[in-house]
Design a protein around this ligand. Sequence first.
Ligand code: AMP
Length: 422
Amino acid sequence: MAYTAPRGTVDILPDKSSQWMRLEQLIRTICANYNVKEMRTPIFEHTELFNRAVGDTTDVVTKEMYTFNDKKGRSITLRPEGTAGICRAYVENKMYANAEKLTKVYYLGPMFRYERPQHGRQRQFHQFGVEMLGVESPYVDVECMLMAVTLVETLGIKDITLHINSLGDDESRDAYRKALQDHFRPFLGELCHDCQERFDKNPLRILDCKVDAKHEAMKSAPRTIDYLSENAKAHFDKVCELLDVLGVDYVIDTNLVRGLDYYSHTVFEVISDDPKLGAGATVGGGGRYNGLVEELGGPSTPGIGFAFGMERLLIALEDQATSDDEGIDAYIMPLGDQARDMALQLATVLRANGFTIDMDYVGRGLKGQFKSADRFKAALNIIIGDEEVEGGYVQVRNKKTREQAKVNVDEIVDYMIKYFEG
Ligand code: AMP
């Protein structure tokens, strides 16, 4: 039997991993600029956490979770998203008691959803996300959105638009929920089975339905922003005002409700028309979730966050990367058994001094070894033959100038330091 990776998963091979590292590095730099610290939570959690946090009626929970019983019969789920775990850890570790009221963290790593795999959609995929907990100010909403926009802009992703909407507070959502039910009631028989279930449990979800997306009742549905309470409206107005002041382009997208249950107030998505992603692709999104920490047993704590699909960011980046893939410092080329022993010792010493070194282990001739050195983009070739072993020196060949120098083994570290400083 031939073994294959499970459907919806991919191997990230060495020729792709430098792009991943570049993306991760950029994410870490931007997070450092915003003084956002990394947090790492388990890849699996108790199933109940996601039922509670993400919501029993969402597609993610009802259809897409990888859930299994462990050997003690506990129900465990591979995380389908990052916010639930971060909020669980925030409560469990009493991070709300920190001296600093605003806790800003980020995470990156694999997420798991049982979805139909297609271009840019996998069953194991990666997300980068940010969560800001503890402060309700619209300034925090804007900081969060700015980070999201800065990231995609820095990556050079083209044709992006920030879509925003407000779902309001509990009071606004109750009023809106009623208005939505009144609106959809006459059409209930024409809507899909899922929407009929959503009607009572969570009518907002109807707006997110892909099956009924073209139904006429969708277009004429009431808008969340017309049902905002005074407080919620003031919050949203301030968010828009700050974005205006900063010159951030955005559109108010009144149908934007997001797929997970925990959102309130500001929700947003970064949408790209980059042809590589397909028109209108969502690269990431997020929103405020003021009730979530309390829902998980913590004190009432406002929060806001976003998540980006890293595979999508990389598709958009595909043309750019690889060429700046850095080469190694030196490739050691032994000719003969004795030379190979010396090469291994030399490689060990040079690596211990911080150099990136590789060498030939298979006893090929010079031609084959030069080919490897080229593939690894080695700045220097270090050639060792019988004569060199006898004399205790090596030949160092500079790839760029094609000059060759005889260097004593004792002096090779100094030689390399000088060469790379120059
Ligand atoms: P969500 O957590 O559903 O708001 O998703 C946030 C982002 O994660 C999306 O905008 C996508 O970029 C990405 N994403 C979600 N599901 C998948 C998936 N199955 N495969 C790849 N990326 C995904």
